[in-house]
Each structure stands twice: as structure tokens, then as C-alpha cells.
Design a protein around this ligand. Structure first.
Ligand code: NAP
Length: 282
């Protein structure tokens, strides 16, 4: 009998100081008893074609993509799906029938976490205020529109980036100046911080939460620290909250399924493992 080779996947980036993706995927590999491995591939750009060829040829099942290659990889691929093409950014690569394909799972990860934590929340006809217009905001805005939200407001320091995202769906998305970030606070059903404000080493986000509706879900995609000042203030006011760690876990689900053929579960045990890691590495 010929033994099947160990299936391999990795996170592709450069100057990756630390990534939690190996912890997440290797947890699932062990849990589902797979003969597989997930590692870090820190490569200079000239090595990208070689790595992508190994996915096309099947010696690598696929990869996640992080800084600085989320846009750089696109011209090397045969196809990008609808999500990656709208957002212009790829965080997961896989190969089907010889077609090397890129997708973006941040938006799906965000929704997965929201539905897991607040199953009664209705996105259909909801008003959503997104703070920030970077890569994560693009994916989240896209998925909010596709989920039937009636209004998506995007406030960003660099207004032109908010305007660019509004161009995805001008009937639904409205850009806001950063100086006007709280203009829609009172109408929003969901407020999402997608800026890097509030991260360890950065200024906190200052936002007038007292003007929000009592049942408005306050969400931060920053996960280091786990409890940002925004979330702590929201809790104090009794607002429902959603942290960033769950999105990190849920955005990993589609890649694992595409590479290894199993839909992995985001469990309390996995969350506790990553929380422990966040506490020890910050
Ligand atoms: P990005 O593309 O670099 O975007 C950063 C955003 O933050 C931009 O909108 C930027 O505004 C804004 N910003 C930065 N400094 C600011 C300041 N001093 N005042 C106001 N706005 C400021 O980054 P990203 O990839 O979208 O990631 C953003 C955050 O989300 C990071 O903290 C990242 O760790 C986190 N994240 C979490 C997950 C998860 O799974 N939980 C996934 C992806 C990202 P300008 O456009 O004006 O520069």
C-alpha cells in the first residue's frame, strides 16, 4: 500500500513576527486526526511563484495570506472569487481542478462570529456603522450589503477610502468624514471598529457610546487586547458586545474546509487556547 503524503498548508507573509493561524489550524488537525501540518512561510516576494506552483501541483494544499501580500498575490492567481474581487484582497488560496483561486474570508468570519454570539440579531434591514476603511472594513462592508443591511455607514480618517468602499454599492453604503464619525450613532443597530485604534500600543478609539440605542451591538475586530476600551465602555453601559477573537477563529474555517475537506468547529476549547496565547504573547 502506498502511504498518502502528509497534507500541508501554511500562512504566507513576510516579516511575520507572530501568527496565531498555526495554533488554530494545528488544533483542528489534531482534533480531526488528520495527517497534516500547518506552518509559517515567511518569504521574499521573488519566492511567491515557487510557493504558488506547489499549491497548483498539489504538494501544498493551500495557504493563508497575510501582510504584505494580500494584494500582491492577486496577479499570480488564475482566479479570484467574487468576495476577493470586490475587496481587492486575498487571505486564502486553494486549487480546484488546476485553477489556483484566491478568496477573502474576513467578512464570512465576522458574520460567523456575530451569528454564533448573537443568533437573534437580524442583519436584514439593519443599519451598520463601520469605523475604518482598510482591508478588513472592505470585506465586512461587502458581506453586510450581501446580508441585506439597509444602511452601511463608513467613517474613515482618509475620507477617500470610505468613498471608494461606498462605490461598491452607492445605494446602501454612505461614506462619513472621521470628524463626523458619530453622526449615525443613534440609528445604528451594529457598530464595528475596524481601525487599528485600541490595539496594544495604539491610542484608544474615542466614541460617544452613550448616544447609541440600548440594544445596539458594539463590536471591535481588534483582538489584542481581547477587551478594548471600546468594549469595556459598552459593557459598562449594558450594550451587547462582540469581540475580535471570534472573527479571527471563524475566518479560519473556510480555508481549513477548502484544504482538508472538513468543516471545523470553533469551540470553547479552541478559544481558550488562543486566549491563553494572547495573554502570554500580548
Ligand atoms: P488596514 O488596512 O491597515 O486599515 C487600518 C484602518 O485603521 C484604516 O481605516 C486607517 O485609517 C485606520 N486608522 C489607523 N490609525 C488611525 C488613527 N490614528 N485614527 C483613525 N483611524 C486610524 O488594517 P486592517 O487589515 O483593515 O486591520 C485593521 C484592524 O483590524 C487591525 O487592528 C487588525 O489587527 C484587525 N483585524 C482583525 C481581524 C480579526 O480576525 N479579528 C482580521 C483583520 C484585521 P486610514 O485609512 O485613514 O489610514
Amino acid at each position: 500500500m502506498i502511504a498518502r503524503p502528509t497534507r500541508r498548508a501554511c500562512i504566507l507573509g513576510h516579516g511575520i513576527t507572530y501568527s496565531r493561524s498555526p495554533l488554530i489550524h494545528n488544533y483542528w488537525i489534531k482534533k480531526y486526526g488528520l495527517d497534516a501540518e500547518y506552518s509559517i512561510c515567511d518569504l521574499p516576494e521573488q519566492k511567491l511563484p515557487e510557493l504558488l506552483t506547489s499549491i497548483r501541483e498539489g504538494s501544498l494544499a493551500g495557504c493563508n495570506v497575510t501582510i504584505p501580500y494580500k494584494q500582491t498575490v492577486v496577479p499570480y492567481l488564475d482566479a479570484v472569487d467574487d468576495t476577493a474581487s470586490t475587496t481587492g484582497s486575498v487571505n486564502t488560496i486553494y486549487c480546484r481542478d488546476g485553477v489556483l483561486t484566491g478568496t477573502s474570508t474576513d467578512g464570512a468570519g465576522y458574520i460567523g462570529h456575530l451569528m454564533d454570539s448573537h443568533p437573534a440579531f437580524k442583519l436584514k434591514d439593519a443599519s451598520v456603522l463601520i469605523l475604518g476603511a482598510g482591508g478588513a472594513a472592505r470585506s465586512i462592508a461587502d458581506v453586510m450589503v450581501k446580508s441585506g443591511c439597509s444602511g452601511v455607514y463608513i467613517a474613515n480618517r482618509t475620507f477617500a477610502k470610505a468613498q471608494e468602499i461606498a462605490g461598491f454599492q452607492p445605494d446602501i453604503i454612505e461614506p462619513l468624514e472621521w470628524s463626523n464619525l458619530s453622526a449615525k450613532a443613534g440609528v445604528a443597530d451594529l457598530i464595528i471598529n475596524t481601525t487599528s485604534l485600541g490595539m496594544v500600543g495604539k491610542q484608544p478609539l474615542v466614541f460617544p457610546l452613550e448616544n447609541t440605542k440600548p440594544d445596539c451591538v458594539i463590536s471591535d475586530i481588534v483582538y489584542a487586547p481581547l477587551e478594548t476600551r471600546l468594549l469595556a465602555q459598552a459593557r459598562k453601559l449594558g450594550r451587547p458586545v462582540l469581540d475580535g477573537l471570534g472573527m479571527l477563529l471563524h475566518q479560519a474555517v473556510p480555508g481549513f474546509r477548502l484544504w482538508f475537506g472538513i468543516e471545523p468547529q470553533v469551540t470553547g476549547e479552541l478559544r481558550a487556547l488562543i486566549e491563553q496565547d494572547l495573554q502570554s504573547h500580548g
